[in-house]
Unconditional design. Sequence first.
Length: 247
Amino acid sequence: MERKKPTDWPPPYRLKENSRARRVILRIRPDAGLVLTVPKGFDRAELPRILEVHRLWIQKNLTAAQEHPDKILSPEILPEKISLRAVDETWDVFYDLEPHARLQATWIAEPKPHIRIRGDVLQVPGCCRLLRTWLQAQGKLRLPPWVEKIGRETGLSYGRLTIRCPRTRWGSYSSRGHLSLNAAVLFLPAQLARLVIVHELCHSKHLHHDGAFHRLLERFEPDARRLEAQLKRQENEFPLWYRASFL
């Protein structure tokens, strides 16, 4: 069967059922294309809607996987250092090759921050997913105190705070007061990371991006428009290893 181009819709995909999965997980593998992992008993009639919601991400990454399969899977994308600019910290990364061993990662912040990945480190996407796990752990450690501090400074409130590593979006704020931040905020310069936090907290007063919202944002970040333009450019500059962690 002729392989569809990423612009055709819907694309061919492989479906896997996993009893431990709690939600639908989308991955793109250069050797298999789009792979969907669904919880046991999942209603497959929901798949067209889910594919449509993630359409832009799927098309973009299918194209990247087909055009640059060697680049995204090459061990060369595995970093030796990772810079968390938001907190002015650099972590060294070490890889211990143990063929046929299960991949695992450990990390220590002091005296010198470093991450060590052991196992079959030639499994590049697996190593990248472990690094994403580390990044989320750092986000859970570093971002809540920062959010609390900014909340006190601005008088803006929130209820529950969640730190995740989604493929897209720096953060969100729900009508129930639930604030969610992407741990990848730590990749940003401190000024842009603060902008993301203030931006989401401003939604505690105005859920929509209307005039009142932007006036409130500029009250706390007078240079918000210029910073938001910089933030937009950062979305295309994630490290290759981070992008590969979703394969």
